[in-house]
Design a protein around this ligand. Structure first.
Ligand code: MF3
Ligand code: CO
Length: 249
């Protein structure tokens, strides 16, 4: 079942999303060659706590940290580690969730570490464009398939791979609610309900579509080891159009 959100829930989700945005604002400042992904996790944890929220990921299915930090060929769910030191030319996807008074905001962004290759810049640009093309289609009573199709079209035009095993999701009192959102066409007939909230999150690869999970049980990497990017916003389909929850207030 797809849950519609009340005005009060949307207000709280907007505050949760603001905290996610505060974390990303800080990530953009501190990500540079030499910092470890565990240091990034600590910074995120402190910001979430300072804002009286709960790090949504921490303890989720046993996940050990507050952010996922996925470097280069890592697609999603990279576990922060003091020995994972960012270096010039890397790209790193930071995914973070904050729960504020029971409501979840979920957002991810891929950052360049120093100067990165033109191909990585292209991949990041296409993935971000795919996210915003999807967001535009978050219109009440329209098909959720429109969001999937918009993402797929941007990815195909950009000639990048589409990760197919993962996708977006409803979000609210739980991080993962119905519906699942494919990042490509599937002939789905799901309708976008007014005031439903969906985390839209294209994961696109410089190479092939295929990915697999490492032995740590979490880290997902591309089969061909080419870089991957991930951009995500939590979005409400309001009658006035799409409302992005995970931006700064
Ligand atoms: N943010 C991810 C998603 O959008 C989930 C992170 S999994 C966790 O689905 F275990 F790290 F929480
Ligand atoms: Co998500």
């Amino acid at each position: 079942m797809i849950n519609k959100k009340s005005r009060e829930e949307i207000k709280l989700m907007r505050q949760a999303g603001n905290i996610v945005a505060l974390v990303h604002k800080e990530m953009a400042h501190v990500i540079e060659p030499g910092i470890s992904t565990l240091e990034l996790d600590k910074i995120a944890y402190d910001i979430i706590k300072k804002n009286k929220a709960i790090p949504t990921f921490l303890g989720y299915c046993g996940y050990p940290n507050s952010i996922c930090a996925s470097i280069n060929e890592e697609v999603v769910h990279g576990i922060p580690n003091e020995n994972r030191i960012l270096k010039e030319g890397d790209i790193v996807s930071i995914d973070v969730g904050a729960t504020f008074r029971g409501l979840v905001g979920d957002g991810a962004w891929t950052y360049p570490v120093g100067k990165v290759s033109d191909e990585c810049l292209h991949l990041m640009e296409i993935t971000k464009n795919a996210l915003f093309a999807g967001i535009e289609k978050m219109i009440p009573d329209a098909k959720l398939e429109n969001v999937s199709a918009a993402i797929e079209d941007v990815a195909l035009a950009g000639k990048v791979g589409i990760v197919r095993q993962y996708g977006g999701h409803g979000v609210g009192r739980e991080m993962h609610e119905d519906p699942f959102l494919f990042n490509y066409r599937t002939n789905s007939n799901v309708i976008i309900k007014k005031n439903c909230a969906i985390a839209i999150e294209p994961m696109l690869n410089l190479g092939c579509d295929e990915v697999h999970t490492l032995e740590d049980g979490w880290t997902v990497i591309t089969d061909d080891k080419k870089p991957s990017a991930h951009f995500e916003h939590t979005v409400v389909a309001s009658e006035d159009g799409p409302l992005i929850m995970t931006e700064l207030l």
